[in-house]
Design a protein around this ligand. Structure first.
Ligand code: IPD
Ligand code: CA
Ligand code: CA
Length: 273
């Protein structure tokens, strides 16, 4: 069995477990602030994936949101980047619209991505060079669109931050409309499936985007930071994921001229990562 097939089976099993545990009472705790939630299901799911990976591939390395993982020294080896529940607020408040996300990298290069929309039983998966799939169906390459006919994924909370508001407001105004779904992984999948033209956020952790990015790239989408730099799985970053035309337009007409705001943002991310 390949690592890809193993990971596919594992994420599906993890999803079945999530559905089982969530029938019982969910224990909710807060993390960095009262709106930053974690549940026993997040923790149990990450432990389940971590334990299974370690049992089968003891030499592999893991970066997990809830603390399971290794201190990575360099890019060598196979690295699993895991978000056990992406969209924990949705999980707690809606019991849907959340995903398990896994990105697997080999010597720093993308190998395979998985985003499992648990409640809808839809697994998005891609092995680099072999196309991206929605369950068993091959996803077509995404179509390009300019900003004025694109729907953008952007959390409105960012428009309450003074400098970001300055940068994001013209994008909101020029776009066809804006949506916020509350799970970065699923929003990146929306870009990969053409439901959104692009997804923008000033701050995301590697586990939020690793799985989705690999799937998006496999259908011709582009994911970088707001300066156009390649994303790293070792640090948080600002994010723009979009079809190629929209990605180019956003960089050229919106982000490049705001490089001062973006540089300050990236610096803040580096300081408190
Ligand atoms: C969060 C979600 C959310 C995004 C946040 C993430 P979590 O992940 O992806 O959509 O806006 O930045 O932290 O905490 O639910 O795993
Ligand atoms: Ca997340
Ligand atoms: Ca999470």
């Amino acid at each position: 069995m390949t690592v890809y097939e193993f990971a596919k089976g594992l994420i599906l099993e993890a999803g079945i477990n999530v559905k089982k545990i969530m029938k019982q009472d969910i224990e909710i705790e807060t993390k960095s602030n009262p709106n930053d939630l974690v549940t026993n299901v997040d923790k149990a799911t990450e432990k389940y994936i971590f334990d299974n990976v370690m049992q089968t591939y003891p030499e592999h390395l893991v970066i997990g949101e809830e603390g399971h993982g290794h201190n990575l020294k360099d890019e060598s080896g196979v690295v699993w980047v895991i978000d056990p529940i992406d969209g924990t607020l949705n999980f707690v408040h809606q019991k849907e619209n959340f995903a398990i996300s896994i990105g697997v990298f080999n010597d720093g290069k993308p190998y395979a991505g998985f985003v499992f929309d648990v409640m809808n039983d839809v697994l998005y998966h891609a092995k680099v060079g072999e196309g991206a799939y929605e369950n068993g169906n091959l996803l077509p390459c995404i179509e390009s669109s300019p900003l004025n006919t694109s729907v953008i994924g952007l959390n409105p909370n960012w428009l309450t931050k003074p400098r970001l508001e300055e940068m994001f407001k013209p994008i909101v105004e020029e776009s066809r409309s804006v949506r916020a779904y509350g799970s970065a992984a699923l929003e990146i999948i929306c870009v990969a499936t053409g439901k959104l033209g692009g997804y923008i956020t000033p701050r995301l952790q590697p586990w939020d985007f690793a799985g989705g990015l690999i799937i998006l790239q496999e259908v011709g989408g582009i994911g970088t930071d707001l300066m156009g730099n390649a994303l790293s799985i070792y640090e948080p970053s600002s994010i723009v994921m979009a079809n190629p035309q929209l990605h180019a337009e956003l960089l050229e007409f919106h982000f490049q001229k705001n490089n001062e705001i973006i540089e300050a943002l990236q610096q803040r991310l580096k300081n408190n990562k």
